[in-house]
Design a protein around this ligand. Sequence first.
Ligand SMILES: NC(=O)c1ccc[n+]([C@@H]2O[C@H](COP(=O)([O-])OP(=O)(O)OC[C@H]3O[C@@H](n4cnc5c(N)ncnc54)[C@H](OP(=O)(O)O)[C@@H]3O)[C@@H](O)[C@H]2O)c1
Length: 270
Amino acid sequence: MRTLVVGASGHLGGEVARLASTSGAEVHGTSTTGADGWSRLDITDRQAVHALVSRVRPQLVVNTAYRADSWAICADGAAHVALAAAEAGARLVHVSTDAVHGGRPEPYADDAPPTPVYRYGAAKAAAETAVAAIDPAAALVRTSLIVGDERSKQVQLALNLTTGRTGGALFTDEYRCPIDATDLAAAILELAENGYSGLINVAGPQPLSRADLGRLVATRHGLDPAAVPVCTIAEGGMGPRPGRILLDSSRATGLLKTPLRTVREALGVA
Ligand SMILES: NC(=O)c1ccc[n+]([C@@H]2O[C@H](COP(=O)([O-])OP(=O)(O)OC[C@H]3O[C@@H](n4cnc5c(N)ncnc54)[C@H](OP(=O)(O)O)[C@@H]3O)[C@@H](O)[C@H]2O)c1
């Protein structure tokens, strides 16, 4: 299948491109710089997105591109990708986030309406609305903290804090459902194949605090988990933050062959 991975130079996009290529797909990818031999693309440029998609004529488009501080990239860019994919008649899988939710004790179902508290979550929620309106057949994958090798922002953060390269701390009371990048990429490609439409949660099976996630990363990298700086959200003094955003991924686990492993399993930490 001719596959276009938007954001192939990123962590998740790189995994999607690698797995798709391994399974025999003709993979085209994008980065903002043209790095790694991918096509240069800025998804805020509607004409450029249209031109690239018209040239590649993909059968599948996977949009993993984002920058957390940019509404234009997260929201407008996602709409541009969806429009171009629809014009090309391509299957679309769009990657969203648990940050569309505002946090609550119980897990969120796949189609729980967004209640964002951050600009990033609001932009990703806007993207979901735009993508679903443009292409109701698209799969919209809500996921959580993405872990894996050192390309993972979550792994980089934990290592930088633990070694003192950067200041700060990981919260003991901020819970998410982290997922391994390879598991997520495989799930995305399965969803692309099976024609799933609409929202679906694809996250790890085990809620973890950011502090515990950091400790597992430290252990995986031979560092002392006790050296991970931690504090509560209140002690961090960054204002109100959603404490628990847990995604119920039971629909995905029932639907997909790809196992969604715990972080311990994925990182190989006993
Ligand atoms: N990381 C997480 O823990 C996490 C958690 C929940 C959801 N997500 C979602 O998962 C997806 C992938 O996350 P990730 O951590 O793998 O991302 P990442 O490693 O930061 O990669 C982001 C990608 O987006 C590209 N990009 C940035 N600005 C762009 C623009 N203007 N036009 C086109 N492409 C642009 C980057 O290209 P360059 O390399 O050229 O900059 C890169 O390929 C995102 O949709 C994100 O919202 C991530």
